[in-house]
Design a protein around this ligand. Structure first.
Ligand code: NAD
Length: 264
């Protein structure tokens, strides 16, 4: 299905790659682009007939879907307007508070939203494998997650690391919030059984690396994903936006876009 797409955060690291992915897409195209009001490029023409604006709500009448990689507050603001306008949104922003996640779920009763901490196809297969590995390994394997991202990243741990932790917890019929250990320092005592450790590294320009370790007595299983560009995230977000054109209201994840069943 063809469609025009609004890109929010259009001059950011991800927004720039999303615009490039749309330029290469056979049926979807850049319909509008917005940035924060103080951005120096406001008013610049980014593609034929598409001028960078500072108010996404203005553009919602002329687009079929939106792709958002911005700040949590800017994302919520746009989602409220998009729900009013009936424009489905693929959201890649991370770092939402629990209250913001609740509001997104409520808005999704009115419009289709794909909320994906990571739009990479391979990372979504990793979520799937993590869930199944946790279930298959059962007791006796300690789950630990290590993530590395570029030094400009402002939230920690990464949304992807948290999603891997959720997948492990789902595979064990548990909830991540009851099991997560996000920091260790000093006299921590022994590792609580069934906890899920998530540790963060920051540095350089790395677009994102995640490793899930299942550690047992005398053996270890590792599932790892390493990104060297942002293009696969951008292509995944564009794929999600195209998929949303044929969905009704609802809160979806990227595994659903890809047709990966949670229980397979
Ligand atoms: P970035 O800082 O390079 O880009 C964010 C852009 O949003 C900036 O250009 C900023 O000016 C813009 N922005 C801020 N306020 C705005 C507003 N009110 N209206 C419109 N635009 C506004 O960051 P980035 O590396 O592109 O990452 C953006 C988000 O995407 C982060 O939360 C990051 O963790 C997440 N991310 C997700 C994935 C994924 O696959 N889901 C991949 C990479 C990054």
């Amino acid at each position: 299905m063809s469609g025009r797409v609004l890109v929010v955060g259009a001059m950011g690291r991800m927004g720039e790659r999303v615009r490039a992915a749309l330029a290469d897409h056979p049926t979807l195209s850049l319909g509008a682009a917005v940035e924060r009001p103080s951005h120096p490029d406001i008013g610049r023409e980014l593609a034929a007939g598409v001028v960078l604006g500072d108010d996404g709500a203005d553009t919602l009448g002329s687009v079929d879907a939106a792709i958002i990689f911005a700040t949590p507050n800017a994302t919520l603001e746009l989602l409220r307007r998009a729900a009013d306008a009936g424009v489905p949104c693929a959201v890649g922003t991370t770092g939402f508070s629990p209250d913001q996640r609740k509001e997104i779920a409520i808005l999704a009763n009115r419009v289709g939203i794909v909320l994906a901490a990571n739009f990479s196809v391979a990372v979504n297969v990793l979520f799937h494998l993590a869930r199944n590995a946790a279930r298959l390994l059962g007791d006796g394997f300690d789950a630990e997650i290590l993530e590395l991202h570029h030094s400009a990243k402002v939230d920690a741990p990464s949304g992807t690391a948290l999603r891997i932790g959720e997948a492990v917890a789902e595979g064990r019929n548990q909830e991540l919030k009851d099991r997560a250990v996000l920091a260790r320092e000093g006299l921590t005592g022994p590792r609580p059984a069934e906890s899920i450790g998530i540790q963060t590294l920051r540095g350089g320009d790395n677009p994102g690396e995640h490793t899930l370790y299942f550690v047992s007595q005398g053996e270890r299983l590792e599932l790892a994903h390493r990104a060297s560009t942002r293009d696969h995230f951008a292509r995944g977000a564009v794929r999600a936006a195209g998929w949303l054109l044929e969905q009704g209201p609802g809160l979806y994840d990227m595994e659903q876009v890809l047709g990966l069943g949670a229980g397979d």
